[in-house]
Each structure stands twice: as C-alpha cells, then as structure tokens.
Ligand binder design. Structure first.
Ligand code: SF4
Ligand code: SF4
Length: 455
C-alpha cells in the first residue's frame, strides 16, 4: 500500500520519556475538581451555578456564549465551594468553579443507557453535540458546532478526515484511545458524517499503524458511507493541517477522487461526539499521556476533567528531581503550566515535566549558520534569515541572531524579491526550526509573533 508524505523538511524523533502507548490506567477521582470556564478558543462560559450549590455529575454549570465558546459541565457530583481565577502563561485570565466531591454518581459505575441516533435529523444531532460542549480535543479547543457552521457556508462535497497520524510520540494518549475505543471513534465518525453530509470518510493513519487503520476501515463498513484508508509518513509535522492536506490532495489525484473540502477531526473528538449522541454524556474525562524525564512512572491515564495536574503527576509516582519545565501538550509546542493546581481540561492530551538535561540550555547564542533550520522547514522558508530580519530592531539582540524579542518587520524589505510579510505568513508554526537550532534561538516564536503583528 502506498505511503503518502509531504515533500520536504520535517523531523523524525523519538522520546524515551514518553509513556507506553499500549496501555492506560484510570486515575483516581479528585476530591476537589477545578473546572475552568474557558476550555475552548473563545470567551468564557457563563456560570449558571453559584458557590454553595450542589451539582450532579455531568450537570451543565457554564453556558457557552457565542462563537468559540462551549458549554461546561461538572465532572463529579458535589458542592461548589468557591470560584477561583488565575493568570495563564499567555497572560489570559481564567476563572474556574471548584467542586468538592460528595454524593452519588449519575454515570460512573452505572449501566450506560444507549440512545439510538439513526432516526435523528442532522439538526438534532448537532444540538446534542452542542449541548455536550464538544470541542476539538487534540489541542485547539475549537467548538465542533462552530466548525460545522463554517462548513455549511461552502457548497462543495466534504470529506471527513479521521486524523490518526502519530508523528509525535507525545500522541500516546490518542493511540491508546484508538486501541481501546475503536468502535466509539468510528461511530463518532459516522455521526459527524451525517451531521455535515460528508460524502466520504478517509482514515488517515501513519504507516506504522496500518493494522489499526484496517480495523477502523472494516468497522466503518456497517455505516454504509464510502470510506478509505490513507497511509501517511510519520515525520513531524505530518499531522498539521497543511502537510496532511498536501498528502490527501496527492491521494485524491492518484485515485481520481473528488474529496472537496476536508473536515479534519481527531480520535478523541470523535469518541466524545459518540458519547454526546449515543450516551448523552458530556466530556467527563480524557486520555492524557503523563511523562517527561522528571516523572517517576510515566503512563497514559484516563483522567477526570478538572483534576489538578499536580495530582496527576503524584499518581505517576511524583518527580524524581525538581523539574525545570512543566507544560501541557507536546514538548515541541507545549503550553507552560505556571501552577500545579491548574487542571486537566478537554484539550489536555499530554502533561510533562522535564529535568534540566531534557530542556537544554535556554540562553540563546549567536547563529552559527549551520543551516539546520532551513533543512527541516517543511514550507521551504529560511527561518534564520526571517529571524534576523524581524528580530534585529530590538536593542540588546543577539548579534547575528536576534534575541527572540518583539522586533518589528522592516516594512517590505524582500527575501528573494518576496515581501517579508508574505514569507512570515507562510510559516505555520510547526516549531521544527526552533527544535533543531543548536544556538537555541527562538526562531518560530519570533517569526509567528512578527506575522501576528503584521496581520
Ligand atoms: S515554524 Fe515556520 S519557519 Fe519554522 S520550520 Fe515551521 S514553518 Fe518553517
Ligand atoms: S539552526 Fe540556528 S544556528 Fe543554525 S542556521 Fe538556523 S538559526 Fe542559525
């Protein structure tokens, strides 16, 4: 079977501090849950319970307000004991309801009620997805109803792409979920195919996972939607929107298909859609990869949303030494955690703690013109050149390399005759250049900042 890959750049990497993806453990239920009112891309959900109220497991406690916002639910039964606020690493303030667990569970340990969905209209299905506060759980946190609304404005045929591309070992939680909840992911795909009227489902798997991909394809046959399996390369950033679309357009051409617009969703999101529709259950927990060199026993865990990250590490045996960096997501593009009381949210697919040796030196040095950043850029940009151009205006910048600070673009000085702004906008922030730079220059950070300022 042919393997499709993007044409240039990218990275292959392994990380021995990632937990094994072949099994998962269920984390203890937290005595105190911290449920943030922002677990999505937009504004905060409006709280509809107050301090002192009793809440049930799965009860709506925050109502999404407008685009980008999504409903928020209690993930354990108990009493709301306080409202807390904290500043996240990006400077944004988040509010959360703190629930002290007490009383009986509505869902946990009970026989699951199944709600047939085949007779429901796309409108009713979308309403169930919206009520359950389903967002993209593979990082972005964008609400699914927003994505579906955007699709409706286009008139093309659509293809649902089930993205199971494991180009980053930190996607161990997604892999465990694909193994353990295969039927839920496939049925979630069939549900979303109905809602968005997609004409085809493509299961995109990295070639090393061909066996699971074939099981997905076989399972999907019962839903009667045309489906196919596309094997991709596993170099990072193969799962990025741009690189994935490149290989799918190549596949489309080769197979003489018309895929039309691509609706790309990951396995955790699709399993959540299944639960919202078939079990009428909001997102109560998620698979999280817990690891990094500072963690004693890395493992994939099924964790209740609202569990504090410090408790998750404690369940993995705690730290073997003081961590130098703690973050969520992948070390490639992770978001720094400033407080171990920060909770696991819908989009937390991994949390990690790194020792000094794994972080490496963080003080940028001069560019040594090694060319590594050019070699790995999948877009064909020259990150070194861009970095020097946009970083050079800040006083105190690293000679010959910039300092990663807020320099401005130089208003149109070109690279190969192409305006810098165009080049900056081509960068999609994969982070490859920054990862390989031996001088530890914050290349992608500076390039993305400059692009955002230009826009
Ligand atoms: S972050 Fe941007 S410049 Fe750096 S490798 Fe990725 S696409 Fe290229
Ligand atoms: S990888 Fe770093 S040191 Fe090497 S050329 Fe690029 S910016 Fe310079």
């Amino acid at each position: 079977m042919r393997v499709y890959s993007f044409p240039r750049g990218g990275l292959s990497f392994e990380d021995p501090t990632v937990p094994s993806r072949d099994s998962s453990e269920i984390a203890y239920l937290p005595a105190l849950s911290v449920i943030p009112l922002i677990q999505h891309t937009g504004g905060r959900a409006y709280p509809i319970v107050s301090v002192g109220d009793q809440v049930k497991e799965g009860m709506l406690i925050g109502r999404g307000q407008g685009m980008g916002s999504a409903n928020i639910h209690a993930t354990v039964p108990g009493k709301v004991i306080r409202m807390v606020s904290w500043k996240m690493a990006e400077g944004q303030t988040n509010d959360a309801l703190v629930i002290r667990m007490e009383g009986s569970f509505e869902k946990l340990g009970r026989r699951e009620e199944i709600y047939p969905w085949a007779a429901l209209s796309p409108f009713e299905l979308q309403r169930l997805i919206s009520e359950s506060g389903i967002v993209e759980m593979e990082g972005s946190g964008r609400p699914i109803p927003d994505i579906l609304s955007a699709l409706r404005s286009a008139r093309e045929p659509f293809t649902l792409v089930v993205r199971c591309v494991f180009d980053d070992p930190w996607l161990a939680a997604d892999y465990a979920l694909c193994q353990e909840r295969l039927q839920a992911v496939v049925e979630g795909s069939a549900i979303i195919a109905r809602v968005a009227a997609v004409s085809r489902i493509v299961f995109a798997f990295s070639h090393g996972e061909k066996g699971i991909g074939e099981r997905f394809l076989a399972e999907s046959a019962i839903y009667g939607i045309p489906a196919s399996l596309v094997l991709t390369g596993n170099r990072y950033p193969q799962r990025n929107r741009r690189e994935l679309e490149l290989v799918l357009r190549n596949y489309e051409k080769r197979e003489s298909l018309e895929l039309g617009s691509l609706l790309v969703l990951g396995p955790a999101t699709l399993a959540a859609i299944h639960d919202a529709v078939k079990l009428k259950k909001p997102i109560l927990d998620r698979y999280v990869a817990v690891g990094g060199s500072a963690v004693k026993y890395p493992q994939v865990m099924k964790v209740r949303i609202g569990t504090r990250i410090g408790e998750v590490f404690a369940e993995c045996g705690g730290f073997i030494d003081r961590p130098r960096r703690i973050a969520t997501g992948s070390p490639l593009l992770g978001r720094t955690v400033v407080d171990l009381d920060e909770p696991v949210i819908k989009s937390s697919y991994a949390v990690f703690a790194l020792l000094e040796g794994q972080v490496g030196g963080s003080v940028p040095r001069n560019c040594i013109s090694c060319g590594e950043c050019r070699m790995v850029c999948p877009v064909g940009l020259d990150p070194e050149e861009l970095f020097k151009k946009v970083g050079r205006k800040k006083p105190g910048s690293v000679p010959g390399g910039g300092d990663g600070g807020a320099g401005g673009t130089d208003g149109g000085a070109g690279l190969d005759g192409v305006p810098i702004e165009s080049r900056l906008n081509e960068c999609h922030g994969c982070g490859c250049c920054e990862v390989v730079c031996p001088s530890r220059l914050p290349l992608s950070t500076v390039i993305l900042d400059a692009a955002a300022r230009g826009r």
